[in-house]
Design a protein around this ligand. Structure first.
Ligand code: ADP
Ligand code: MG
Length: 247
């Protein structure tokens, strides 16, 4: 479970994230939706402990990530918007390296890596240096490595942007599967269609503030009064014509 309390991040005088409050329950697939520059990545970096908040707190499964960073981070699998890989490692070496960071026992790690290679259809690519990979293939390795310690919480920043269709299909499938198995998933996206396809609940963020929060079902129901057009409704929320919090 992720609990965010009065979370704020300032860069100089600029408020990138403005007093956010949010609870994401275990087993929930939560979509963090909003235009570019809304504050999604900054929020995610505070949730994953990469940025210290200017004020407020992030509680991961009961632990304040600022006070118990190592324990709290061990629950999380994080996939950044621009995955960082080591160019001179093969995909396989990178997965072993990531597993090693979590201190996973060798034989368990070997099994997990074999499964991940299958799930992500990495095939012979696994033996090639990651510098040779396409964006889709890099993203597949990044997600596989984020799942290596079987995290209960998956935080993924703009996963589908720039992915080829087969990578996008694989990524969506694995995220859905993990959610069905009970993982908590926080996914940011500026694409309404992706949120609609995957999420149970969404929050719309703009200028660092949550301006709308609801279950996807309510969000869809809500739009019937607005011609049933989700895209149109979303744009109205963003242009401040509609502000609400429904459940
Ligand atoms: P999103 O992920 O929703 O596109 P970001 O969280 O990346 O938005 O950015 C939110 C705002 O904060 C933007 O205006 C961005 O320019 C600003 N910002 C993000 N990171 C920094 C930083 N390290 N220093 C200064 N401003 C930043
Ligand atoms: Mg971003």
């Amino acid at each position: 479970m992720i609990v965010i309390k009065n979370l704020t991040k300032k860069f100089g005088n600029f408020i990138a994230v403005d007093n956010l409050n949010l609870e994401i329950n275990s087993g929930e697939f939560f979509g963090f939706l909003g235009p570019n520059g809304a504050g999604k990545t900054t929020t995610i970096k505070m949730i994953t402990g990469l940025y210290a908040p200017t004020s407020g707190e992030v509680i991961i499964n009961g632990l304040d990530i600022q006070k118990f960073p190592i324990e709290a981070k061990s629950f999380i699998g994080y996939v950044p918007d621009e995955p960082f890989l080591y160019d001179k490692l093969t995909g396989l070496e990178y997965l072993y390296f990531s597993g090693g960071l979590y201190g996973i026992e060798k034989s368990i790690l070997k099994n997990r890596i074999e499964k991940l290679i299958q799930i992500f259809e990495l095939n012979e690519w696994i033996y090639r240096l990651t510098e040779e990979y396409s964006r889709g293939m890099k993203q597949r390795i990044a997600i596989a490595s984020a799942l290596i310690h079987d995290p209960k919480i998956i935080v993924i920043d703009e996963p589908i942007v720039g992915l080829d269709p087969s990578s996008a299909t694989i990524v969506k499938k694995i995220l859905k599967e993990r959610a069905n198995e009970g993982a908590t998933i926080l996914m940011s996206t500026h694409l309404l269609s992706i949120a609609e396809e995957l999420c149970d609940r969404i929050a719309i963020i703009k200028n660092g503030k949550i301006i709308f929060e609801s279950s996807l079902k309510s969000f869809q129901k809500f739009t019937f009064g607005h011609n049933g057009n989700l895209e149109e409704f979303y744009l109205k929320v963003l242009s401040n014509e509609i502000t609400d919090k429904v459940d």
